[in-house]
Ligand binder design. Structure first.
Ligand code: PSU
Ligand code: MN
Length: 316
């Protein structure tokens, strides 16, 4: 699906305020209190329509429970909003065609005043511009399986190679080629630490066979990493890989069987580009009787909570 620059839209030189920081977020940042950025693509494209709004609120609450101010980021009417109100969170779910906006899409979505949901890449970019250094999501984008033929690698990787943000996630999405994604993160000098795990987690599943280079065990240890990289002025991101609890994961056998079917469906339906990830996630949600959805919600809430504890420890 391609987004059209609407001929009936406003002139491109119409005045727009590119970034607006919501008052509670701006106050927290000014006072040095902890803030956690949250992405919006997970709400609009990563979850079924009927659960996105409720889960968006739960993610924000998990950040508050962890002691930080949530700043969900999305694009409305020519402005990137850092921190949303309830009405805006609802619009992300109710608007029929929300644009999935990675970094390269930001000018087009903002200039046409479309409603846009930001990916890990675009959220990281906007968060750092607003002065936020900790971000929580579900799973990172990465190198897709068969990427040697399709060249499909998420812009999330390159973004983290250039943006000094710490992103708490449950690893890269299990639909991806995990070892290739880890190699890419290494090439791009993106730090990777496992949180209480010696292997990289697999999003819906707690463990993959692939070791992480470093393991940390407490929010204070994570905060020490954030401080050191801030002092060094490292331009790259840091990935904190937080596995879903083993008793909450998707049964690995179910996972592997559904993934095989979903990958076949991609081929059969000729799906490519930015539609690949939403297709695969929706396939899981529709073919696991709610088990993948429960796992997805659980892991993102756990990540939001840990990110808040990390932001609080790094601020204090
Ligand atoms: N994590 C989730 N659900 C999602 C995504 C991440 O639990 O929907 C989104 C993120 O916004 C991520 C994007 O940046 O998927 C990656 O898409 P792509 O593979 O097209 O780069
Ligand atoms: Mn892609």
């Amino acid at each position: 699906m391609s987004e059209q620059l609407s001929p009936a839209g406003p002139p491109v030189d119409a005045p727009i305020a590119p970034i607006v920081v919501r008052a509670d977020v701006a106050d927290a940042l000014a006072a040095g209190r902890p803030v956690v950025a949250l992405e919006s693509t997970i709400i609009s494209h990563g979850l079924p329509k009927d659960s996105g709004f409720e889960v968006a609120g739960q993610i924000e609450q998990a950040v508050r429970d962890g002691g930080a101010t949530p700043a969900t980021i999305a694009l409305f009417d020519g402005t990137a909003h850092i921190g949303l109100d309830e009405q805006q969170r609802r619009e992300l779910v109710d608007t029929p065609e929300v644009a999935k906006a990675s970094i390269r899409d930001l000018p087009m979505v903002l200039a046409t005043r479309a409603v846009g949901a930001t990916t890990v890449a675009a959220t990281s970019y906007l968060a750092v511009k607003a002065g936020i250094e900790v971000f929580a999501t579900g799973g990172l984008g990465g190198v897709h399986r068969e990427a040697a033929d399709s060249w499909d690698e998420s812009a999330d990787l390159y973004a983290l190679g250039q943006i000094p943000i710490t992103v708490v996630c449950a690893g890269a999405k299990s639909i991806l080629d995990i070892p290739a994604t880890l190699e890419r993160l290494e090439s791009l000098s993106v730090g990777v630490v496992g949180y209480r795990t010696d292997v990289f987690p697999g999003f819906y599943v707690s463990r993959t066979d692939h070791p992480v280079p470093w393991t940390v065990n407490t929010p204070d240890e994570l905060a020490a990493l954030v401080r050191v990289r801030r002092e060094l002025g490292l331009p790259q991101g840091l990935v904190v890989a937080n596995p879903i609890a083993e008793d909450r994961q998707l049964d690995p056998a179910v996972h592997d069987a559904v993934l095989a079917e979903a990958l076949e469906g991609l081929q059969r339906n000729n799906i490519s580009g930015k539609d690949v990830t939403p297709y695969l996630l929706a396939y899981f949600h529709e073919h696991t009787e709610g088990a993948s959805l429960r796992a997805n919600i659980d892991l993102v809430l756990a990540n939001a909570r840990l990110a808040a504890e990390l932001a609080a420890a790094a601020a204090g």
